[in-house]
Design a protein around this ligand. Structure first.
Ligand code: ACM
Length: 274
């Protein structure tokens, strides 16, 4: 399977321009699955809800989803992309899985990062895995990486590849994803953006270094930090279905959910469970 990512620098607030750039670039690509960054079309560093609201799109009538679906149909590939989703008055930081037949699924970011909490509703749709071209795809968005439960659930649901649109600003994720892949025996494609958004309320610099990681936690490719890159590589998704670490150890079968009940308890504050 030919998989890859497009690392680029969306122009803040210019949805039409960003869409045009992405569609033009993807039209040159031969691949099966491409991952784009989080909030690829709007930019990221919004001051408040009011600023992003007019730019967000309801997938039911979205020029962005429609344009990407047209490329997928023409090129016979699938795209996972971050986008700002609007549903009535609510906004979600979402990822769409789009293919030759149009929109397949929308994932809404479950773990919101920093100021996103003032803008978006937290995701309210259960994690799901979808089969494309015989391969099982799970989605998570950026800061979801720091909660190992997210990638674990996707692995338990049978994901072969975790598609991970991102707008990373901290430096930890790229290394941590090697462990996320190893502990779950899955591939991950982290598609990050680069560049700086300078706004009246502060500057954010995005870290680039988009990457593709194997089920053994090997870094198959990592992009530069501040460069546009479109990367496609051949992987064998079947490698993700071998969950054995030794002849006697299986990452999934050896789990002890009977000993993990703490994980399912709601906690008001972390680390204060006395
Ligand atoms: C992030 O979740 N965009 C850091």
């Amino acid at each position: 399977m030919r998989v890859g990512f497009y690392q680029f620098r969306p122009i803040f607030g210019r949805v039409h321009l960003n869409r045009k750039k992405v569609v033009k670039k993807l039209s040159t690509v031969e691949a099966d699955l491409l991952v784009l960054p989080e909030l690829s079309f709007t930019g990221y560093h919004f001051q408040d809800r009011a600023e992003i609201f007019p730019l967000a799109e309801d997938p039911a009538g979205s020029p962005t989803i429609d344009a990407l679906a047209e490329v997928c149909s023409r090129k016979d590939f699938f795209i996972v992309t971050g986008f700002a989703e609007k549903q009535g008055e609510h906004l979600y930081n979402s990822a769409a899985l789009i293919g030759p037949n149009g929109l397949t699924h929308v994932y809404r970011k479950i773990q919101l990062f920093f100021r996103e909490k003032d803008i978006f509703q937290p995701g309210n749709i259960s994690l799901q895995v979808h089969e494309i071209k015989g391969v099982r795809i799970g989605m998570m968005i950026c800061f979801d990486w720091i909660f190992p439960e997210i990638s674990r659930i996707l692995a338990l649901q049978g994901a072969d590849i975790i598609c991970h649109p991102s707008n990373l600003v901290l430096s930890y994720c790229q290394s941590a994803m090697l462990t996320r892949c190893l502990e779950n025996s899955v591939f991950a494609i982290t598609a990050n953006r680069f560049g700086t958004e300078s706004r009246p309320h502060g500057n954010l610099r995005f870290t680039g270094k988009s990457q593709i990681v194997s089920p053994k936690g090997a870094l198959l490719y990592r992009a530069r930090s501040q460069r546009q890159e479109l990367v496609i590589m051949e992987i064998d998704p079947a490698q993700a279905r071998n969950k054995k670490m030794t002849e006697k150890n299986d990452l999934i079968a050896d789990r002890r959910p009977d000993m993990y009940s703490e994980l399912c308890k709601a906690q008001k504050t972390s680390g204060q469970n006395i």
